[in-house]
Design a protein around this ligand. Structure first.
Ligand code: HEM
Length: 469
């Protein structure tokens, strides 16, 4: 069996699924989409409630679904190789996620249910809600007000195949579960073909990397991690599955949140900010996000550079006064790249950076709603935010509550994350009027993202799902 050290310390180049050595069992029993996104253009999310009178049939259904559609991390990689070599698509991709309630209704005993505290409490719990500053459950979208037992994700590049599949699955599910909510997601792209979110910014650039191919690509094309090392140990994303059937059966916690984006409101606010600072609109947007529309980090440049693949090899060493990228900019709040070590006197820079890096999450979001963001939807569009981690309290919840929602992070006077910061603050953040110089202006950028509902799930190992019935 793998040791704690094996999880913490990966080989220099990460895990090579084609030559995985001691990690073989792990990647064969771990669901795909965790260590690396599945990459399909379209996804459907079905939220289920098991029918208590048909639990055995539900378990049988889960087993069959898993055997048919859920791909292991290993299989996901094998199919990607085949795709690159022969152009053969891997077809429908499936994931199964269970909530704490889902485990209970399936008849699991408390000691068999994954232990994470927020996972056990659920996203609707008052403690969780108030700590995240989330809206009251009665204000969530109706579907999310239900108890959610399971989330079935199916994804494909061919939307017709996918929708037919979803019809078929919905039929099969009738006996065993009620589909209490459904989301249809898709990958949004800009004219250059890059993946963006509804406000128009390139998204999904900065991720913790675990897999050799991703690591080598980043090293070769993006400066060999000289400024920022994206590699991460498996201990930030995986935990033992209490119901796994192999000695290396692992799972991961999934945070799911529907985040509505008011595009028109955001754009207007961005223009007003630009006017107030007397700068261009695109620079104002970059000060909010920390990157320009095209992904160029604003700490590196005051204009977009139109790199095909935006760099992720940077930190804030040359911007410690935050005159280029404000401390409150979304990406500086959610990944301070060493700022904590600079601001706090102990335990020293290197150790602070290590602690900071353990808060990282693997983001797997996709968009929903209007597929043409230039129409500037005010409601009905946004991000289906998904992220994987080993410890919800120390990762997603920490980033949201202690960094994004905290007006004193990274230090007093900074203000909230203008993109996602929830809750109250009396501080109007300071924005640089000249990039790289110390003059600033106050401006209150409003929150244009609204949480519409969500839940905490666990991605069980494949063997635990196929052993259910
Ligand atoms: C990065 C947008 C919600 C955490 C980014 C980037 C964009 C973006 C444009 C830059 C691209 C990149 O570096 O990958 C959004 C939008 C959101 C949203 C529009 C809501 C609708 C969240 C939430 C969290 C989060 C809820 C976590 C609490 C992060 C992290 C990064 C990031 C960790 C990478 C920062 C880095 O490593 O430099 N986001 N985001 N985002 N976002 Fe968000």
């Amino acid at each position: 069996a793998l040791t704690e050290e094996d999880l913490k310390q990966l080989p220099e180049e990460g895990i090579d699924p084609e030559n995985s050595g001691k990690y073989q069992t792990l990647i064969e029993d771990l669901q795909g989409n965790i260590l690396k996104g599945h990459g399909r253009d379209y996804s459907v999310h079905l939220f289920l409630q098991w029918k208590p009178e048909h639990i055995n049939e539900a378990k049988q259904w889960l087993k069959t679904f898993t055997q048919t559609y859920v791909k292991s991390a290993k299989k996901q990689s094998d199919e990607a190789v085949r795709y690159r070599q022969e152009g053969l698509s891997g077809g429908v991709f499936g994931n199964v996620f269970l909530s704490r309630k889902g485990y209970e209704v399936l008849g699991f005993e408390p000691f068999q249910i994954p232990f994470d505290q927020p996972f056990r409490m659920g996203m609707k719990s008052n403690d969780i809600r108030s700590s995240l500053a989330d809206p009251e459950v009665k204000d969530w979208e109706k579907g999310y007000q239900n108890d959610l037992h399971a989330l079935i994700l199916v994804a494909d590049d061919d939307i017709i195949d996918l929708l037919q599949m979803v019809n078929q699955i919905s039929q099969e599910l009738r006996l065993v579960a009620e589909i209490v909510h459904r989301e249809d997601g898709f990958i949004l792209r800009n004219k250059a073909g890059q993946i963006i979110e509804h406000f128009g910014f390139v998204d999904g650039v900065s991720q913790p990397l675990f897999i050799k191919r991703d690591i080598v690509k980043a090293q070769t094309n993006d400066g060999n991690f000289s400024q920022w090392d994206s590699r991460a140990g498996l201990d930030i994303i995986l935990v033992k599955d209490p119901n796994g059937q192999t000695e290396d059966s692992y799972g991961s916690y999934l945070v799911y949140r529907k985040l509505e984006q008011n595009v028109k409101g955001f754009r207007e606010d961005q223009r007003n900010l630009a006017q107030r600072l007397n700068i261009k609109d695109d620079l104002a947007g970059a000060l909010v996000v920390g990157r320009f529309y095209d992904g160029t980090p604003v700490t590196k440049s005051d204009i977009p550079t139109y790199a095909v693949t935006p760099t992720n090899n940077f930190n804030y060493d040359e911007d410690i006064a935050a005159t280029k990228c404000p401390f409150h900019a979304h990406i500086r709040k959610t990944n301070p790249r060493g700022d904590t070590g600079r601001v706090e006197s102990s335990p020293g820079f290197d150790e602070s950076l290590t602690i900071e890096k353990n808060h990282r999450i693997a983001r797997r979001a996709i968009s929903y709603g209007e597929n043409d963001p230039t129409k500037e939807p005010e409601t009905g569009s946004g991000l289906l935010f998904l992220c994987f981690q080993a410890d919800i309290e120390n990762q997603f919840n920490f980033i949201q509550t202690r960094w994004a929602n905290a007006d004193r992070f990274v230090k007093v006077g900074v203000g909230l994350d203008p993109l996602i910061g929830q809750g109250q603050s009396a501080i109007d953040p300071e924005w640089p009027t000249k990039w790289g110089e110390s003059e600033t202006q106050e401006y209150h950028f409003k929150l244009w993202v609204t949480m519409k509902g969500g839940e905490y799930f666990f991605a069980p190992s494949i063997s635990s799902l196929t052993n259910l019935a």
